[in-house]
Design a protein around this ligand. Structure first.
Ligand code: NAP
Ligand code: GDP
Length: 332
């Protein structure tokens, strides 16, 4: 989707905002959701939000990161940018996920420290938790054992963000923290079929199967289980953390344990939302990946009691409607 390399959302037209918030990865699924939620906010806050994509600065290049920070002069950072991909991209590229994300994250955190940024909220993923673990998984278990083998590259790179946040806090008192998100989906996702995540990939496959009157092929057995968060719900959690959360300990962002679905159930919800009536087949020659990574949202709800998550079927319907309406422009 056509997008400038840097764009702004002003809460107020004052020339001296209380906060200048830099959002790395602003052109992605989560970044666009944060922009959407801010634009829909009622009441004016004295904040200037600056969203950037990789076209503005390649964050794996330290000089480019420093130049970006000197240009934007952020007081706060939401750090979303990363090498991102689903199971099948990760299986083939653990080395690239490890190195690229270590470099990007170190560049962003060290430059934030050097430029006096007051708070950084980074985005981690629940695939970074130990594979062999009691359930539900909570934040205290992050470093208790190896992650699932399919994701070890991104998992170890992202675990290091938690270690860095702790180290910057102990050494310099920095308020650098992280939200650990479960699988996200929503408008503006990357709907690529090969290399992307399951929900946007299946939505795209269902679109093509409906158009071409073919079967819909779901990869794997359909038995693994996942929790999903709608991108607009995750966006609200990031905005809250940026404004109000003062600790460096990470927080898991997920729906409840009872909102976990099998891949088969999720595929059925997508079939319904896409109004696909053809045959559905499971290709068991493809990997299932991690069987489950059920996480607890108890710490999140302690801070945000009563937080209302969008029901998964409703979020999927809105996402499918967005994809159908924006097919030509969507990333795919
Ligand atoms: P996305 O839609 O693929 O967007 C990735 C963003 O990162 C884009 O804005 C991209 O810029 C930017 N980016 C990538 N490489 C960059 C680089 N070298 N320099 C500067 N910017 C770069 O990803 P997303 O799903 O929104 O993910 C955001 C965060 O959420 C990531 O940290 C990811 O690990 C985490 N997360 C995602 C999921 C999920 O299910 N999607 C689950 C848990 C956690 P361009 O648009 O210019 O390429
Ligand atoms: P994960 O949830 O982090 O493991 O990553 P994905 O979003 O890639 O989901 C992987 C799970 O969905 C595995 O169990 C796959 O077998 C299953 N799956 C079914 N169909 C697809 C598809 O079209 N794309 C992807 N990426 N995974 C699929």
């Amino acid at each position: 989707m056509s997008q400038p390399s840097l764009w702004e959302v002003w809460g107020d037209h004052s020339t001296s905002p209380d906060k200048v918030v830099l959002v790395t990865g602003g052109s992605g699924l989560v970044g666009k959701a944060i922009e959407h939620v801010l634009l829909a906010e009622e009441g004016r806050v004295n904040e200037r939000w600056v969203f950037v994509s990789s076209k503005e600065a390649d964050l794996s290049d330290l000089t480019a990161v420093q130049a970006l920070f000197d240009k934007v002069k952020p007081t706060h950072v939401i750090h979303l940018a990363a090498m991102v991909g689903g199971l099948f991209k990760s299986l083939d590229n653990n080395l690239e996920f490890l190195r690229t994300n270590i470099i990007i994250n170190d560049n962003v955190l060290q430059t934030s420290f050097e430029r006096g940024v007051q708070k950084v909220v980074s985005c981690l993923s629940t695939c970074i938790f130990p594979d062999e673990t009691p359930y539900p998984i909570d934040e205290t278990m992050l470093h208790n054992g190896p992650p699932h083998s399919s994701y070890f590259g991104v998992a170890y790179a992202k675990r290091l963000v938690d270690i860095q946040n702790r180290a910057y806090n102990l050494k310099h008192g920095c308020k650098f923290t992280a939200i650990i998100s479960t699988n996200v989906f929503g408008p503006h996702d990357n709907f690529v079929i090969h290399g992307g995540h399951m929900v946007p990939g299946l939505i795209h496959k269902a679109y093509l199967a409906k158009k071409n009157k073919t079967e819909l092929i779901v990869w794997g057995s359909g038995l693994p289980r996942r929790q999903f968060i709608y991108s607009k719900d995750l966006a609200k959690i990031f905005i809250w953390a940026l404004r109000e959360y003062e600790d460096f300990e990470p927080i898991i962002a997920t729906v409840g344990e009872d909102e976990e679905f099998s891949i088969r159930e999720t595929a059925n919800m997508i079939v319904k939302a896409m109004n696909f009536t053809g045959p559905v087949r499971f290709d068991t020659s493809k990997s299932d990946g991690q069987f489950k990574k059920t996480t607890s949202n108890a710490r999140l709800l302690k801070h945000l009691p009563g937080f209302q998550f969008t029901p998964t079927q409703q979020g999927l319907q809105e996402t499918c409607d967005w994809f159908n309406d924006n097919y030509e422009l969507a990333r795919k």
